[in-house]
Design a protein around this ligand. Structure first.
Ligand SMILES: [Mn+2]
Length: 433
């Protein structure tokens, strides 16, 4: 972890939280459990985003608690105690003493003492906040000793997390820069017949070289696979005249980037690919322009949708009026080919908190400090029998996605070092061969 965010900023976040919860409250946030991969091997551990946000703590088997008694903050991390035998196998453990010297807490304790400690502490507070469902053992302990209502601290935390500080934005810029370079490298090694896995390996190799990691499983879909929104097997070869859609981003200190580019593995767009690419790019640029402070969330979706609906008619893919193409509630004919949202919040989670992604909910008004993705696409799966498109467009899937910071002076594209014009892409693809 790079020390980009100072301990004083973490203390500020904790103070901000206790100023929002009811007086005389205890807030408890368990850290994520490790996930089993098979038998006794685990997936790489990822700490809970709320725990990272409030304390920078990323070791498993831990619980964060923050209380306000008479307005005074007391932040405690319950962590694994030092244990030589365990450390020989699993690596050094920081332990409660280590926590006190380097982490933004007021006190620390062994996780083995959690039940005893919390049992006596609970009686002192009038209100309890707990994120339920992260760690069933912690939930059970709390329910054993707390018989009143359990409140959810995320109402306050999500509001805080949706506005990024300067240091959070710096981390997201680093993540965007690494991801952009990874996409450029992947373009440069592309050639007819390349395996989807080769592109995945190139991207993940670059992330690892930059001491970073995926913020989600990368999507590398060639040809018809580019029309599968969450394609994940990345196991087929890509033919000479086919496109590849690559949706891949890394995280830095927990902060995600999320970038999608689509390119022809031959280095040359065919005319039908070019038609669709230019339309999606036009929609993406219109949607980015709609990312203005004070705009309702729907505006970027509206901007992208209008461009796509109009363009689908102009290309002869839709044979209907503009009103029918768009629909009364962005549910018209164009949704056959653009079936997802235009963007989502981005931060410690790739689909970050703060709304804007949940079905029919209106989403937040855009405010300075928010970071959103903008990612319109068009997908013409050749195997779908519920649609008809001119044969030349069959099997084309294109998405273009950037990460956008909302500011008072308009949108700032944090991923703008990742090329997306046809000319740029054609000059890069295959250039490392
Ligand atoms: Mn995305």
């Amino acid at each position: 972890m790079e020390d980009v965010v100072s301990n004083s900023e973490f203390f500020r976040r904790q103070d901000d939280l206790i100023s929002k919860v009811l007086p005389n409250s205890l807030v408890i946030i368990p850290n994520n459990l490790a996930s089993v991969r098979s038998n006794d091997t685990k997936y790489p551990y990822r700490a809970n985003s709320y725990v990272i946000y409030l304390s920078n703590w990323i070791e498993q088997k831990s619980v964060l608690s923050i209380s306000n008694t008479d307005g005074a903050r007391e932040t405690t991390l319950y962590v694994k105690p030092r244990e030589t035998q365990k450390e020989i196998w699993e690596g050094r453990i920081i332990g409660p003493e280590g926590v006190l010297s380097n982490w933004p807490v007021d006190s620390s304790n062994s996780i083995l003492d959690f039940e005893n400690s919390i049992k006596s502490r609970l009686s002192k507070y009038s209100n309890l906040y707990l994120i339920v469902g992260i760690d069933p053992d912690i939930d059970n302990i709390i329910q054993k000793y707390w018989h009143k209502e359990i409140l959810d601290p995320r109402i306050h935390l999500d509001e805080m997390r949706s506005i990024k500080s300067d240091s959070e934005i710096d981390l997201m810029k680093i993540a965007c820069s690494i991801s952009s370079d990874a996409h450029i490298k992947a373009m440069a090694i592309s050639r007819p017949g390349i395996g989807e896995w080769e592109i995945q390996a190139s991207i993940e190799g670059h992330f690892t070289m930059c001491r970073s990691t995926n913020s989600y499983n990368p999507i590398v879909g060639g040809g018809d696979n580019s029309t599968i929104l969450h394609y994940s097997t990345n196991s087929e070869t890509i033919g000479g005249d086919e496109l590849v859609l690559v949706d891949a981003g890394c995280e830095v200190n927990g902060y995600a980037s999320d970038i999608t580019r689509t390119w022809p593995v031959s280095g040359k767009f065919t005319q039908p690919q070019r038609d669709i690419y230019e339309l999606v790019l036009k929609a993406e640029i219109a949607a980015i322009e709609a990312c203005q402070a004070g705009s309702p969330w729907i505006n970027m979706h509206k901007a992208a949708s209008e461009v796509l609906a109009r363009g689908l008619i102009d290309l002869g893919i839709l044979d209907c009026s503009f009103e029918q193409a768009l629909g009364n509630n962005f549910d018209g004919e164009y949704r056959k080919f653009f079936m997802h949202g235009t963007g989502h919040m981005l931060g410690l989670d790739v689909h970050d908190v703060g709304g804007g992604r949940q079905g029919d909910k209106p989403g937040p008004e855009l405010s300075p400090g928010m970071v959103v993705t903008v990612e319109p696409g068009l997908y013409f799966a050749s195997w779908r029998n519920d649609i008809s498109v001119p044969k030349k467009y069959s099997g084309i899937g294109i998405r273009i996605e950037d990460d956008v910071l909302i500011t008072e002076d308009g949108p700032v594209v944090l991923s703008d070092m990742c090329p997306k014009t046809i000319d740029e892409i054609e000059s890069i693809v295959g250039s490392a061969l």
